[in-house]
Design a protein around this ligand. Structure first.
Ligand SMILES: Cc1ncc(COP(=O)(O)O)c(C=O)c1O
Length: 464
């Protein structure tokens, strides 16, 4: 009998699983030409699936020439279906990343996820229907790389009013999320050997995006006031500086005006750009809203925003505000990347904003997230009292818990996972290793109060 493990929990049809596994074994020479396969009935019994599953998988393999049925004597591996493997593809951690786990009892403190049960489905569906049915047929044609004018106008108005940016609609390019905006900026500004100054820690994805052109990342440490701008000396010669000034990711600090001015003066003196990633600052729970860095200097700051946290990451909608001299080149790059972001979604979002739904949604979600944030802070303080310091809790959908005497190693994270809780060490996002081992990111936006409470109870149990 051959071993064909079926994973009942995976979202892949059984027929596909059986087909793929047998095909792979034949191609890799684990099943040899002439070898007899079990009968469909035997294999179905063994795998505890219906016989039709195996029959269909076999039929597909026969149709593609991997196996052959010999009348009266069974099914056999065909000649010539083995392909020598030139190299073994090493597993790449990028593809091993987990989706938000659907393990039943797991409490996942992943950061940056909104509570998607509150996505305004009815309004979105109503507007999408209207856009689809009643827009001119020209919107179904090829669009422009910078995106739909309706959305850019609505967005420019919203950003000037709520984020203190200075922006005309022609400076905006609509992108597939902030991730694409960051990728376009990296391509636009950097080539092999160029330097970039980066907050440290910063997400691993952003490190990858900015190092992909072959550029050199210089980490600039972060303290409770964000990037330590006093460490940026004239010896550097960067093409750009990456910052999350409204809510440093992951440590959560806000860059004060003195440091903002220092950055801008540096950019003006050296001719480099500042890349401002403003990914979640709409959810600010205390203190006055902080105006963007871009509002201080429109020639040196590239501003990036996203609808992933305020609406849903599945929309894949984000944007860039560009200094005038980068607009043309950026539109060209966007065009050669994917022509443009899908038009109907852009128009729907433009309507969603113009008709006041976005502001209402943010207002409602802020109340929900604030309650969850307050609850998380309260239970952490109750459970751990003096052993823990909470960082970066005034904004966003996550905070950081810093412990006095704990090192969050891989083994520790695994132990937590076995205990039904998933947490994310800050150290994983550090460029310079060793300084953040006692800090842990706790995303709470998508967790209800009971889950937060239970999660922290399990955490306390693991910490002993
Ligand atoms: C700091 C930061 N910037 C950008 C992004 C990317 O967001 P998007 O979903 O818009 O691509 C993320 C995602 O979590 C993030 O944490």
């Amino acid at each position: 009998m051959i071993w064909v493990p079926i994973d009942q929990k995976r979202d892949i049809p059984f027929i596909r699983q059986v087909y793929t596994q047998i095909r792979t074994r034949i191609l890799q020479g684990n099943l040899l030409a002439g070898e007899r396969l079990p009968s469909t009935r035997q294999l179905a019994n063994e795998l505890d699936v219906s016989r039709n599953v195996v029959l269909e998988a076999y039929e597909q393999l026969i149709a593609e020439g991997y196996i052959e049925a010999r009348h009266g004597s069974g099914t056999f591996v065909a000649e010539g279906a083995y392909l020598e493997q030139l190299h073994h593809t090493k597993s790449d951690p990028f593809f091993e990343r987990d989706e938000l786990s659907d393990e039943k009892d797991l409490i996942d403190f992943r950061s940056g996820l909104p509570d998607l049960q509150f996505f305004p489905r009815k309004t979105w569906a109503k507007l999408s229907y209207d856009v689809c049915m009643n827009s001119s047929h020209t919107v179904l044609s090829y669009g422009y790389p910078e995106g739909r004018p309706e959305l850019r106008q609505a967005l420019a108005r919203y950003l000037v009013k709520s984020r203190g940016v200075q922006c005309q609609p022609h400076q905006l390019v609509i992108t597939s999320g902030a991730t694409q905006a960051l990728t376009l900026v990296a391509k636009l500004l950097l080539k092999k050997g160029d330097q970039i100054l980066m907050e440290d820690p910063v997400t691993r994805d952003i490190q990858t995006i900015f190092s992909t052109p072959g550029s050199i990342l210089h980490p600039i440490p972060v303290d409770e006031n964000g990037m330590r701008t006093e460490l940026i000396t004239p010896d550097f010669n960067p093409k750009c500086i990456f910052v999350t000034p409204s809510h440093q990711y992951p440590l959560g600090s806000t860059l004060p005006i003195q440091r903002r001015i220092q950055l801008i003066q540096y950019a003006r003196a050296t001719g480099c750009y500042i890349v401002e990633d403003d990914y979640d600052s709409e959810f600010r729970y205390e203190g006055a809203p902080i105006s963007s860095l871009q509002g201080l200097d429109t020639d040196h700051v590239i501003y990036i925003g996203s609808f992933s946290k305020i609406l849903s990451p599945a929309l894949r909608l984000g944007y860039l505000i560009l200094p005038p001299r980068l607009i043309k080149e950026c539109r060209k790059l966007k065009w050669f990347t994917d022509l443009h972001t899908p038009s109907l979604e852009q128009i729907t979002l433009g309507r969603f904003m113009e008709e006041g739904y976005l502001e209402r949604h943010i207002h409602n979600m802020k109340k929900i997230y604030k309650k969850r944030r307050d609850h998380l802070v309260e239970v952490i303080e109750k459970r751990f009292s003096h052993q823990v310091k909470i960082l970066g809790h005034s904004t966003g959908l996550h905070l950081v818990a810093e412990y006095q005497h704990t090192v969050f190693t891989e083994d520790f994270v695994k132990k937590m996972r076995d205990n039904g809780i998933r947490v994310y060490p800050v150290e994983d996002h550090a460029i310079e290793k060793g300084k953040h081992q006692n800090q842990m990111i706790l995303g709470y936006g998508h967790l209800c109060e009971e889950e937060i409470e239970e999660g922290i109870r399990r955490l306390a149990e693991c910490l002993g």
